[in-house]
Design a protein around this ligand. Structure first.
Ligand code: BGC
Length: 765
């Protein structure tokens, strides 16, 4: 009976959405019948606020209205200004066919109120929190008039040298897929109906941008199609299944074809297989850049992009200046142009812009919706859950609120660099520094502060990095010397206050511009000057707590051997200082777990837990042995494994059990594990389930995450955590790219991280 009801309801929904689609089709057909081919091509053009440039190369970054008035603009991005958006929309709807504009923006970790960077958010493993972050960001974005966000960034990355690892959800495709869905649901609403405080997502960077060789930004991606589908594509796919409205094609090539002209990616996979119905925009100037890839001139690459399935050209002016010529020369058809134009008009229709072009541009919303107490409280909550405790010898943390603390390091009294790489609209004044956070939390204790060190010994690079984006673009670097004191003097000051304190809290790591776009590093250590300071502090013999600010995993060998505690706080957004103090003093019990492996040394990269076995495997933590797959001078295993993170309490895991040791084609089994909180504090634990396909027709990873649960467990309490598995969870893309579960033995592993697991076997029939 229940089944019949569901079926009838589903039919009703399908038929009503079918009727909606028919209405939309008729409306758009009618509109397009009145448009010239030039006007249709105009819809495929996207430009931006000229003050908002995120690409170094040439292109159309002119947000001027001439092209709009000439019917040559379908959308704009980069305007975080309600009045300007309103003015542009007014121009659009009083010109030609009165087609409204879409307004895009890089809303990546918050719109105005800044939340933790996405990599940090991913370490919460909290899908509700991530969904809420997107919903909260959408509220602020729509208050300004933005209705299209360039998020989620779902690129899987196995190489921490790549600065854009900060923008994604780490190295695992399954977790990445869950996170992608959470973002789509949060931004667009679970019904994808686009209320006035919901926005259309743009999933990026499609595809495989995070696979850049050597971690160098924009570099070649060289992956087999099978490895791409199994290891990298899942988040893009899951976003499509969740109803994502648009995608952004990436800068890199795949199989020798740049993504923006890659028919396999843009049409065969995305549309034919995943049934994506929205539109694809290029990344900024990505179409022009295809000429640099060596494919042809702007006309050639533009027509190839359109025919491959790219609908909108961001900043290249390629479509708007060459497609008409290509049409006349028979290189593109009217149908090609119509298809792209229709997809963009459909997006406008779905956003409700034809009914009301100003539905997102509500007067007074900015004053009411931005920086509300609710937003600030959310930023703090998100930051509390996005920290990972990596080391805590002798429970040195949490600190006592009446302690005498020496707070040192270049990131201790820094507001701006708490924000992270995509805090476009953040102002330093809104960010809470660690010093401010600690001061506010102390009760009876004291804090002394010293900057303690330069950011790095290379002061020329330090200056460039600190001059920020506009400094890079304009070459205008502040002529004032960066430091008035020598590195030695600064270290001496830090040592002096440390000698007088109960505990040293050293705030070190990366500033905003050391990760994100165009910020690859060949060494991913804590920069030399800061490490020298840490060594001098260690020599004082005082307990040393390292508070790490970073946009990427770092190599922390010295810190791991020498610090008493390491709290990785990433870049936590504007409430960083408060949220860090919440954890340092134990008001919040840390619960974050890594979503990227932390390498021991840069030579291990790329490093990822879900690697293959090889024919000569070598245990992760065993010393060098000739003729096995290992290094002479380094262990194979990471310093901190995927899934790892400590808490102020301890958890004891029982052995996993299964409801049946066989899994039939349509059946399911339950995997159960008891987790006991053996400490004296309540906590939240992320319980993880991994699988291994023991024998398959293709080689399979030694471990693959297939389930996780974040559970609250009170001190002394035991919880039985249950996971349901079906054959769907055991599937992979085989050598012929069929998505299959191959019968045979599977190992099921459960544990607090990818390294410390207990296993049990099952048979898939
Ligand atoms: C970045 C994208 C971003 C776009 C627009 C590009 O340089 O790769 O992530 O969305 O600029 O700002």
């Amino acid at each position: 009976m229940k089944r019949i009801v569901i079926t009838a309801f589903t039919l009703f929904l399908a038929s009503s959405s079918f009727a909606q689609d028919k209405k939309m089709d008729a409306f758009i057909s009618d509109l397009m019948s009145k448009m010239t081919l030039e006007e249709k091509i105009g819809q495929l053009n996207l430009s931006n606020n000229r003050m908002y440039v995120t690409a170094a190369n040439t292109g159309n970054h002119d947000g001027g209205e001439d092209m709009l008035k000439a019917g040559k603009m379908g959308a704009y991005y980069g305007f975080m200004n309600h009045d300007k958006i309103k003015e542009l929309q007014q121009t659009a709807v009083s010109t030609g066919h009165k087609i409204p504009l879409i307004f895009g923006m890089d809303v990546i970790h918050g719109a105005e109120t800044v939340y933790p960077i996405p990599l940090a958010m991913s370490t919460s493993w909290n899908m509700n929190l991530i969904e809420e972050s997107a919903r909260m960001a959408a509220k602020e974005a729509t208050a300004i008039g933005v209705n299209w966000v360039y998020s989620p960034m779902v690129d899987i990355c196995r190489d921490a040298r790549w600065g854009r690892i900060a923008e994604g959800a780490g190295e695992d495709p399954f977790l990445g897929g869950e996170i992608a869905k959470a973002y789509v649901h949060g931004y667009q609403g679970r019904d994808n109906k686009f209320g006035t405080d919901e926005v259309m997502v743009c999933v990026k960077h499609y595809a495989l941008y995070g696979g850049a060789e050597a971690g160098r930004d924009y570099n070649t991606v060289n992956l087999s199609r099978q490895e791409a589908l199994n290891g990298f594509m899942v988040p893009y796919r899951e976003a499509a299944f969740a109803g994502a409205g648009s995608y952004m094609s990436s800068f890199n090539e795949f199989e020798g074809i740049p993504a923006s002209i890659n028919h396999y990616l843009l049409t065969e996979l995305l549309r034919d297989q995943w049934k994506f119905k929205g539109f694809v925009v290029s990344d900024a100037t990505a179409v022009t850049e295809v000429t640099q890839h060596g494919i042809g001139d702007l006309q050639e690459v533009s027509q190839r992009a359109l025919r491959a399935g790219l609908d909108m050209d961001m900043n290249s002016n390629g479509f708007v200046t060459t497609l008409m010529k290509s049409y006349k020369e028979g290189k593109v058809s009217e149908a090609d142009i119509n298809l792209a134009c229709r997809r963009i008009l459909e997006a406008k229709y779905k956003l409700g812009l034809f009914q009301d072009p100003f539905r997102y541009i509500r007067d007074g919303a900015v004053e009411k919706e931005i920086f509300t107490p609710e937003q600030i409280a959310f930023a703090r909550k998100a930051a509390q859950q996005s920290q990972v405790l990596l080391k805590n010898n002798n429970n040195i943390l949490p600190l006592k609120k009446n302690a005498k603390i020496a707070l040192v390091g270049p990131l201790a009294n820094d507001k701006k660099n708490m924000a992270g790489c995509w805090a476009m609209s953040s102002h330093s004044s809104q960010c809470v520094s660690i010093l401010e956070g600690v001061k506010a939390a102390l009760k009876g204790g004291s804090v002394t502060y010293a900057e303690g060190s330069w950011l790095m010994n290379d002061s020329i690079i330090e200056k460039q990095l600190k001059s920020g984006f506009m400094g890079f673009m304009t070459g205008r670097v502040d002529p004032k010397p960066l430091h008035t004191k020598s590195q030695q003097e600064m270290i001496a000051e830090a040592v002096k206050i440390a000698q007088d304190a109960d505990v040293i809290v050293a705030c070190v790591g990366e500033i905003n511009d050391m990760s994100g776009e165009g910020a690859s590093r060949s060494n991913i250590n804590i920069p030399d000057a800061q490490e020298d300071m840490l060594k001098a502090l260690k020599a004082t013999g005082k307990p040393l707590v390292v508070v790490l600010t970073t946009g990427r995993p770092l190599t922390l060998k010295w810190e791991d051997e020498n610090a008493d505690a390491i709290l990785n706080t990433w870049q936590l957004g504007q409430e960083a200082g408060h949220a860090i103090a919440d954890v340092l003093f134990g008001d919040v019990n840390p619960s974050g777990k890594l979503t990227t492996s932390f390498p021991r040394s840069v030579g291990q990269l790329p490093l990822y837990y879900n690697h293959k076995n090889t024919g000569r495997p070598h245990p992760d933590y065993a010393p060098y042995r000739k003729f096995t797959s290992c290094y002479i001078d380094e262990l194979n295993g990471p310093l901190y494994p995927f899934g790892f993170g400590l808490s102020y309490t301890n958890y004891e895991y029982g052995k996993p059990t299964v409801s049946s040791s066989t899994l039939t084609k349509d059946g399911q089994i339950t995997v159960s594990v008891d987790v006991k909180n053996t400490g004296s504090r309540d906590g939240e634990e992320v319980v993880q389930l991994y699988i291994q396909d023991i024998f398959a027709t293709s080689t399979r990873p030694v471990q693959e995450l297939r389930g996780f649960q974040r559970v609250a467990i009170k001190a002394g309490e035991t919880k039985t955590v249950k996971f349901t598995l079906t054959q769907n969870d055991l599937k992979y893309y085989d050598h012929d790219l069929n998505y299959v579960c191959e019968p045979g033995e599977f190992k099921i592993m459960v544990g607090p991280n990818s390294r410390d697991v207990e296993s049990i076997s099952i048979q898939a029939l």
